[in-house]
Design a protein around this ligand. Structure first.
Ligand SMILES: [Zn+2]
Length: 422
């Protein structure tokens, strides 16, 4: 009797303790059930939107396709209560940038961005069609970056439906030239981002086949180009070579003596990758040129590298009377999220935990991103890679993972709500 009586008592004590434990865990990290349900409900429409956009070929030079993308996006934004405008990219193929804005009742100014262009040549859908295969959906640009656009558009609809207005301004920006360095949109991105407190950028995150966890990106290398030019003196290579000053020899000398210059500059790498001298073969070379690929992971490193190159050039010459010049031109700057970016990304990590998912924070990648323009002045807090999980971008058989759609929608919407509360 005693045992019998004691046992149920013990069991119920354990059950009570477990119940308390579960309740405590739940209180710590329960997902917002309404928001999660809305994200689940939004998945079919997101996939439809994604399909519609993938079936529009929009390589960076395909102005017609990019304009169609802009029209589809504008339509969706207007349905979510946004006013929209288009601005011509200031350089490149000349397609439009789409900007949508909506005023809210809160304090924060928040911007979301993604790009409409892909790296693919016209006709790509012939060999790389839209295709659903289990958890994967294939298509050119589906991850990079149409998945990102689809997450933004669906998130805005979810938030509009939920009546969320806890922001001062919500701005979205879609550019048509990210894959060619954002030459005609980077300055606008920087300017618009400076008018905001927070910028979320929606490039893809790596799929399960290549990464253990989905990720957010806190840094990306900037790109610059070095141009080395040597002016020598032409002369007959057979009859009077001693009268010439061989620019090609001098170029070779300068390439070798500058090849390790970046090693002493934190946050810079330099690799000479192109050299040109056009001949003719029977003439001592008058002009020669080399181009170098520079990657920058610290602000200002390109300027230090330029001075170091100048100093090295001045230090020694192989061929007298030649003239060597070097210039360093910065393309897309480095993206450095900094402490504020990291803090925001940690908030995102906590939100992902509510879904029992891990989110890796990647400090630096070699690839370029428009987050760099958004973060250039350091005014806005910027985090990258809120797009869908995928793989094969800039390659073949690009795909997204369907089971990343709901978590990514939940992350974007829930994080926006959090940002609004700050
Ligand atoms: Zn991209």
């Amino acid at each position: 009797m005693t045992t019998r009586a004691a046992l149920p008592g013990l069991v119920s004590t354990i059950a009570l303790a477990c119940g308390l434990f579960l309740a405590a865990a739940a209180a710590q990290a329960a997902p917002d059930a309404k928001l999660l349900a809305a994200a689940e409900k939004a998945q079919p429409a997101l996939i439809e939107n994604l399909k519609e956009m993938v079936l529009i070929e929009s390589g960076s030079l395909n102005v017609e396709g990019l304009q169609r993308m802009a029209t589809v996006i504008e339509g969706r934004l207007q349905k979510s209560g946004f006013s929209t405008e288009r601005r011509k990219a200031t350089a490149g193929a000349g397609a439009d940038i789409v900007i949508g804005t909506r005023k809210g009742t809160g304090k924060r100014r928040i911007m979301l961005q993604a790009h409409m262009d892909t790296v693919y040549a016209p006709g790509i859908l012939g060999s790389q069609p839209y295709k659903v295969d289990g958890n994967r959906i294939y298509g050119p640009g589906i991850a990079d970056d149409k998945g990102g656009i689809a997450v933004i558009l669906a998130s805005l609809q979810i938030l509009a439906d939920a009546g969320w207005r806890d922001y001062d301004t919500l701005t979205v920006l879609f550019n048509p030239d990210e894959e060619v360095g954002s030459v005609g949109s980077g300055e606008l991105i920087a300017t618009v981002a400076d008018q905001h407190d927070t910028v979320l950028s929606f490039e893809p995150t790596a799929a399960k086949s290549v990464a253990k966890n989905e990720a957010l990106l806190l840094g990306a290398a900037g790109i610059a180009q070095a141009t080395l030019e040597v002016k020598g003196r032409a002369s007959h290579a057979g009859a009077a070579p001693e009268l010439g000053r061989n620019a090609l020899y001098e170029l070779s000398h300068q390439l070798l003596q500058t090849r390790d210059v970046a090693k002493d500059i934190p946050g810079a790498t330099l690799n000479w990758t192109v050299a040109r001298a056009t001949g003719p073969i029977n003439q001592i070379t008058e002009r020669a040129q080399a181009l170098g690929d520079i990657r920058i992971t610290q602000p200002g490193a390109e300027a230090k590298l330029a001075s170091a190159l100048q100093a090295k050039l001045a230090s020694s010459k192989l061929i007298p009377d030649t003239e060597t010049t070097v210039k360093v031109e910065l393309g897309r700057p480095a993206f450095i999220a900094g402490d504020r970016g990291r803090a925001l990304a940690e908030k995102a990590q906590a939100i992902y935990k509510e879904l029992d998912r891990e989110l890796t924070l990647v400090p630096m990648t070699g690839g370029g991103t428009d987050a760099a323009y958004a973060a250039r002045s350091g005014k806005a807090t910027v985090v990258e890679s809120f797009g869908l999980a995928g793989f094969g971008y800039h390659a073949k058989d690009e795909y997204i993972e369907v089971d990343s759609i709901v978590p990514r929608l939940y992350l974007a919407t829930r994080l926006l709500m959090e940002i609004g509360k700050q």
